[in-house]
Design a protein around this ligand. Structure first.
Ligand SMILES: CC(C)(COP(=O)(O)OP(=O)(O)OC[C@H]1O[C@@H](n2cnc3c(N)ncnc32)[C@H](O)[C@@H]1OP(=O)(O)O)[C@@H](O)C(=O)NCCC(=O)NCCS
Length: 248
């Protein structure tokens, strides 16, 4: 079981990094993989209440990998931290399955109170290089956070957020709405041949707006005609007879 999970994790990292050429590559050269081994160990120590030992081993892991994951964080399966240097995952962070973090990402707190103060990332979230996700916010499944973005509020699933403070943008190409490795978009950038649910939804809305505009125009015309009919003064009988011209 342990080895099956390990192979699963390695394969998922390969699926998300076109530069990974073999499992050996991942095992020996991927700090994100090493950091996860340290985390699995330190998290166990933490749960056994060996808090100091957990922090100590975690610190050694940080020296070796440049990635700081607090032993208290809750992390699902197949987390991939690509490159890794400078990544910080805070104590009360919760990460679902198939999450991807690039170098320099902070999942940080904004409060000094010892409560849930770090982000929750649902399944399949991708966080770009240097992005900061701060506070007990929730990033919905499949959402993508752009490089260097600063996220301070909850993010709905499937959307793309960029900038400081982060705002939703429509991808120029296609959007990732899946959370599986098969459909993972390397670097959060989808290829043009994936289905784009957002574009499809917008197309549908545009069609509806066009149809509603046509209906409104038709109604306006009918109303105008009806008003014109109502406004036309009733002609007296003699005038009508005059207007008809002289009788022979
Ligand atoms: C956010 C991201 C996922 C969006 O990718 P995408 O779906 O292909 O989006 P697009 O390139 O079509 O960009 C959509 C809009 O967002 C803007 N945008 C994209 N990424 C941005 C970023 N990081 N910061 C600010 N704006 C960004 C684009 O300029 C575009 O705006 P426009 O329509 O006004 O021109 C991607 O740009 C990104 O930052 N990925 C992280 C990659 C990374 O960290 N790689 C590290 C590898 S080592």
């Amino acid at each position: 079981m342990f080895f099956k999970n390990l192979i699963d994790e390695i394969d998922s990292m390969m699926a998300r990094d076109p530069a990974a050429r073999s499992r050996l590559d991942v095992v020996f050269s991927y700090p994100g993989f090493h950091a996860m081994i340290f985390y699995r160990l330190t998290h166990r120590l933490w749960r056994w209440r060996l808090l100091f030992l957990g922090r100590l081993v975690s610190q050694i892991g940080r020296w070796l990998t440049g990635i700081e994951i607090h032993p208290g964080a809750e992390i699902g399966r197949r987390l991939f931290i690509d490159h890794g240097m400078g990544v910080v995952v805070g104590e009360t962070s919760i990460l679902g399955d198939d999450v991807t973090l690039y170098q320099g990402v902070t999942l940080g707190g904004t409060s000094l109170a010892a409560v849930k103060r770090h982000p929750t990332l649902e399944d399949g979230v991708v966080v770009g290089a240097g992005a900061q996700v701060l506070g007990p916010v929730t990033i919905g499944a499949g959402a993508r956070i752009g490089a260097n973005a600063v996220v301070l509020k909850d993010v709905p699933g499937g959307v793309t957020m960029v900038g400081i403070p982060a705002r939703v943008v429509q991808p120029r190409a296609k959007q990732m709405d899946s959370v599986t490795d098969k459909e993972f978009c390397a670097y959060g950038t989808p290829s043009a041949d994936l289905p784009d649910p957002v574009a499809r939804a917008i197309d549908g809305l545009c069609d509806q707006v066009t149809s509603i505009q046509a209906q409104v125009k038709d109604l306006e015309q009918r109303l105008e005609e009806a008003e014109r009919g109502a406004e036309a003064p009733e002609q007296p009988v003699e005038e009508r007879a005059d207007a008809a011209g002289p009788k022979n």
